[in-house]
Design a binder for this molecule. Structure first.
Ligand SMILES: [Zn+2]
Length: 331
């Protein structure tokens, strides 16, 4: 029990700082320790052509999402940050995250902050390089290129504290305002909300869900396949990334994936931030996950495939009213 308590408190500490470290300008790259991870897994063996179908059924655990195949929903919070998405041109030039995703044919989901989607906003002037692309332009590009935009609130304030100060209606309004800002750019109503640092009161979460939102969580109350995997990537940002997972961010994420696989879970929502350090490790992480047999999907696609099989009702409305992203900006 003591061990469990220790693990829980470490997880709690990590959660508390999840978004706070992500405001630094980070153009440095994470040293990539590229040792090959074994790509042969139990699931690969199970799905091989020689395996009788009955054997596949025997290990198919619908609650884990395995029936949906091996899936990754890659998600990035706190943007749009044009210099991360389209590359830094400053002292430390870096490739843009969008090009990296395109080159790897990966569609991702971006939990964006509503205030950024106001006209003539380039990001936080003190911390973020202005590359001449506004946050709105960046959001439009993301949608055009087939990525999904979801709601990370308008203010990016920690919602439990904000609720205490301003009341629950304020929280509902902040989420709605974030959604409206996204819809004004993309034409699509976001249905998924990731509260900053995953912190929200039960009442506010339930009210949001009644209003048609689905609130992402790291709570153990939910099936593992529907819980975010906290990559801890924010610990690799800033001038002193001493807390960055060792031996490297991709290895640490792959380790979390392996641990979930050992518990029979083969579908994962990976939570990252729009950071240069994170963009820099994506090519290797995507390659390694593909080698393990994973397919990358948007969050809406993920929830269609996994959500309804995981013991938690899926807001069908969210999935069904959504159009394909590419069609939206043809207006
Ligand atoms: Zn955040």
């Amino acid at each position: 029990m003591g061990h469990l308590r220790l693990l829980l408190s470490i997880a709690g500490l990590a959660v508390l700082s999840a978004c706070s470290g992500s405001h630094y300008l980070t153009t440095g790259t994470d040293a990539q320790n590229s040792f090959a991870l074994g790509s042969h897994t139990v699931a690969d063996s199970v799905m091989s052509k020689e395996t009788p179908l009955a054997a596949v059924r025997a290990v198919t655990d619908t609650s884990s999402g395995f029936a949906a195949g091996k899936l990754i929903a890659l998600t990035f919070d706190d943007g749009p940050r044009p210099y991360v998405l389209f590359g830094s041109k400053g002292d430390h030039p870096a490739p843009g995250l969008v090009d990296i995703l395109d080159q790897n044919r990966v569609k991702a989901t971006f939990f964006v902050v509503g205030w950024r989607l106001t006209p003539k906003t380039w990001g936080e002037p003190r911390h973020e390089e202005n590359i001449g692309i506004t946050c709105i332009d960046a959001a439009e590009q993301l949608t055009r290129r087939g990525h999904e935009l979801e709601d990370h609130t308008y203010s990016h304030l920690e919602l439990r504290t904000a609720e205490k100060k301003n009341g629950e209606q304020w929280v509902m309004h902040d989420v709605d305002r974030g959604a409206q800002a996204i819809k004004a750019v993309t034409g699509m109503q976001p249905r998924y909300v990731r509260p900053p640092d995953w912190i929200i009161t039960t009442d506010a979460r339930q009210d949001l869900q009644q209003h048609g939102y689905r609130v992402l969580t790291i709570s153990a109350e939910n099936p593992m396949a529907l819980r975010d995997v906290n990559s801890l990537d924010y610990l690799c940002a800033g001038k002193n990334p001493a807390g960055c997972p060792k031996p490297s961010l991709p290895d640490a994420v792959l380790k979390q994936v392996e641990q979930r696989e050992k518990r029979g879970v083969y579908t994962h929502i990976l939570a990252f931030h729009e950071l240069s350090t994170t963009a820099a490790v994506m090519p290797r992480l995507i390659t390694d996950l593909k080698a393990r047999g994973y397919r990358f999907v948007t969050l809406t696609e993920y929830m269609k495939l996994v959500g309804s099989k995981s013991g938690e009702p899926l807001k069908q409305q969210a999935a069904e009213t959504r159009q394909t992203s590419a069609a939206v900006l043809s207006r």
